[in-house]
Write a protein that binds this ligand. Structure first.
Ligand SMILES: O=c1[nH]c(=O)c2[nH]c(=O)[nH]c2[nH]1
Length: 298
């Protein structure tokens, strides 16, 4: 019985790359997910475990990050994919084909009352508006909110001064990417409101506070977002937040002779910080049964 190797390709899937163009104070970001796969002289890798012609998937991943720095960014994903494909095939005689798939996540610059923000962005789409109305013998309550409002600041975020134990490896930073998916629920006082107008205002206030707060912790940004909403909306008693700290790690490009001045980041999807808090008025009326059936909030 003859057995042979059929078609094959291999590589690194879902290389999460965020590139921050910091040429001016008005940052531009590019957020992509690259899957690099190569084809070529791969018979003996499969049949004998002979890796002589197997460019490691790890090297393919590193190449994606290094090229983002060497080429001064990503540009159009088609151009980046073509350049990567040509690099892999052109530089290695044992590689004769490449498949480079790139997905790009679209970000919009956050606009505040002062105009477009220099370094704060929100991700296009994916946001859900929610409400839970509870009615029982004791009354009626409205808890509304939003989920999946993904925001990112490419600077204006620090994290330091935390306790160090023998298990601490985190480096203090005075300039990091801060990114989160805002999930928030707010409890209305009473039930007669222009809900559409309040929603639009709350959303705008949260974006503005996220953008304009020079953040020393995501907790502080969260608090400022809630505070801003409560200051402008007496009809809201409290805001509860659940916000992941979506870590972006600076890629160490020094093994490739490249510096990385806060430009090329690995966007990790897990684990993530999970930051939750309620921001409330000290004279807020009792919640009654408002939260009784709202899942997932403190
Ligand atoms: O904003 C942050 N808050 C934390 O509590 C925390 N913990 C951590 O490791 N990084 C961060 N960042």
């Amino acid at each position: 019985m003859g057995i042979r190797l059929g078609e094959n390709q291999y590589g690194k899937a879902e290389v999460r790359l965020v590139h921050v163009n910091r040429d001016t104070d008005v940052h531009r970001i590019k957020d992509v997910n690259v899957t690099s796969q190569l084809r070529g002289d791969l018979e003996t890798v499969h049949t004998l475990g002979d890796n002589t012609t197997c460019l490691p998937t790890d090297t393919q991943k590193n190449t994606v990050y290094a090229k983002a720095r060497e080429w001064g960014g990503v540009g159009a994903i088609e151009d980046f994919a073509l350049r990567l494909a040509r690099h892999f095939v052109g530089e290695h005689d044992y590689v004769d084909g490449a498949r480079q798939e790139i997905h790009e996540y679209a970000w919009d610059r956050i606009t505040t009352p002062d105009g477009p923000h220099d370094h704060a962005f929100s991700r296009r789409g994916g946001e859900t508006r929610t409400t839970v109305v509870t009615k029982d013998a004791e009354g009626e309550w409205v808890v509304s909110g939003l989920e999946g409002l993904t925001v990112l600041k490419s600077t204006g975020s620090e994290f330091h001064g935390y306790p160090k134990t023998r298990y601490t490896t985190l480096q203090e930073t005075t300039d990091r990417i801060l990114a989160t998916d805002v999930s928030a629920r707010w409890r209305y006082v009473g039930v007669d409101h222009d809900y559409d107008a309040v929603y639009a205002s709350v959303r705008a206030l949260m974006l503005e506070a996220f953008a304009n707060t020079h953040s020393l912790a995501l907790q502080q940004s969260l608090y400022e977002m809630g505070r801003s909403v409560l200051k402008s909306h007496p009809e809201i008693a409290e805001v509860r937040f659940s916000m992941p700290n979506k870590h972006h790690f600076l890629v160490d490009l020094s093994p490739f002779g490249l510096d990385n001045p806060n430009e090329v980041f690995f966007a990790a999807d897990r684990p993530y910080g999970k930051i939750e808090a309620t921001v409330e008025r000290d004279d807020a009326p009792a919640p009654g049964n408002a939260w009784k059936t709202v899942p997932g909030f403190l």
